[in-house]
Design a protein around this ligand. Structure first.
Ligand code: ADP
Ligand code: ASP
Ligand code: MG
Length: 417
């Protein structure tokens, strides 16, 4: 008998009909003889609604209280799903994060899981229950409720699968797998039958929110068989795999994009040693993550220093920079929040030169100006004006022929009935 961890996202439990449908699906898997731990997210856009309630009430909601508030979304859905299961004759028991308990560190709003006690879950599974666990939350060593960052239910599911040594962790969502790019933006995007952990890490970190990046990290680290599937359409989904040397790789596997960035430029900075640190230290001291960085060569003893941050950190970063610029006698600080980042990802890039220049050529042909570039072994990212995002992604998807399937077998499952 296999142990499966199934996770159902917000759209899969958005209303009572969907919850009834999910209950039937879980019951069917149970009838096939599997032990099941089911992780659920809050219903539909409930987390957005709760977040808005808090930010409408006060500009900077207290992080601890924010987590007390946000964790209620999942409390509703675990209770409803468990009731629906019991109602159709499938014994089920719900657990909040702190009841499992899922121990986290104390970073409210973006806590990390540090340990999971499996005793309660094991006992209930043995007694024949389906165990329904609230995603996205845990408890810290002080007994305070924490949440794991948006999309965090994926991480709850993978962490539970790792702890319980599950045969598979199945992430059920509103798409039937991981696509070559977001199918909402490019209708002829193609489902991949498998994608490597390395590629999925890049795709997730560069904007493909189909899996939270920490979930992918966890699965890679603990060797969790991870599959993304549709709740409503039957199919094999996408398996996240280790790289296999015999696998035929497309050079470019997928395109990720993000509107979450903002650009800041410090103009006319004295071009002397230590400048980058002077500008970026106060930014990192404020816990703001910096993504791309460019320092131009100056010819009059000054230089322009450009970098990007998450859009939510823009106002704070701008304020900090204005103070730094004054102190450094830089000419000015300017910013732009209407930018987007588009990235090509593929392990095949390791052995193929020229992908970046082809990308630049395609964007140039579309009249899209590239503002910033960064590359690594398996990805190329560019920043452009936000208004060209869709055009750029579609042109690249077309030019790299990502709609065409490489010859690839479906990957076998480890699940035993
Ligand atoms: P859930 O609520 O189930 O967690 P999410 O909204 O977090 O669902 O993730 C699913 C969404 O991710 C899809 O509806 C799709 O628009 C988006 N997405 C972005 N990039 C991709 C991709 N490469 N493949 C599949 N879906 C993607
Ligand atoms: N409900 C949380 C969110 O909307 C967690 C999740 O859905 O994964 O981000
Ligand atoms: Mg999600």
């Amino acid at each position: 008998m296999s142990l499966i961890v199934q996770k159902f996202g917000g759209t899969s439990v958005k209303d009572l009909d969907s919850i009834r449908y999910v209950a039937k699906k879980v019951m069917m898997a149970r009838k096939q003889g599997h032990d099941l731990v089911v992780v659920v997210s809050a219903m539909g856009h409930e987390t957005d609604r709760l977040e808005k309630l808090a930010t409408n009430l006060c500009a900077h909601p207290h992080p601890r209280e924010m987590d007390v508030l946000l964790s209620t979304g999942e409390q509703v859905s675990i209770a409803l799903l468990s009731m629906a299961l019991v109602d159709i004759g499938c014994p089920a028991k719900s657990y909040m994060g702190f009841q499992v308990p899922i121990q986290t560190d104390s970073q409210f709003n973006k806590a990390r899981i540090v340990a999971i006690d499996e005793e309660n879950i094991r006992r209930d599974l043995k007694a024949g229950f389906v165990v329904v666990v609230a995603g996205f939350q845990g408890v810290d060593e002080n007994g305070d409720i924490t949440t794991l960052g948006r999309g965090g239910s994926d991480t709850t599911a993978v962490a539970l699968a790792a702890r319980l040594e599950a045969d598979e962790c199945q992430i059920y969502t509103d798409v039937d797998g991981v696509y070559t790019t977001d199918p909402r933006t490019v209708p002829d995007a193609r489902r991949m039958s498998c994608v490597t952990f390395e590629e999925m890490l890049e795709l997730s970190s560069l904007g493909a929110n189909v899996l939270q990046i920490r979930a992918v990290e966890f699965a890679g680290k603990y060797n969790v068989p991870l599959r993304v599937l549709s709740t409503f359409v039957e199919g094999p989904g996408t398996l996240i795999t280790y790289e296999d040397n015999n696998m035929e790789h497309a050079v470019v596997s997928g395109i990720a994009f993000s509107r979450d960035e903002a650009k800041l430029i410090v103009r006319g900075v004295p071009d002397v040693p230590g400048v980058a640190a002077k500008i970026l230290m106060p930014i990192s001291d404020a816990n703001i993550e910096v993504d791309m960085i460019i320092q131009n060569l100056g010819d009059d003893g000054t230089t322009d220093f450009t970098f990007t941050v998450h859009r939510r950190d823009y106002d704070q970063a701008l304020k900090i920079l204005k103070a730094v610029a004054k102190e450094m006698k830089a000419k000015s600080v300017v910013g732009d929040t209407k930018i987007a980042k588009v990235s090509l990802v593929g392990v095949g890039m390791r052995s193929h030169a020229g992908i970046a220049s082809t990308m630049f050529k395609i964007l140039g042909q579309e009249g899209i100006n590239i503002q910033l570039i960064s590359t690594s072994e398996i990805k190329v990212s560019v920043v452009m004006d936000e208004k060209y995002l869709e055009l750029g992604v579609r042109a690249l998807h077309d030019a790299f022929e990502l709609h065409k399937a490489p010859v690839q077998e479906e990957y076998p499952s480890r699940i035993r009935a």
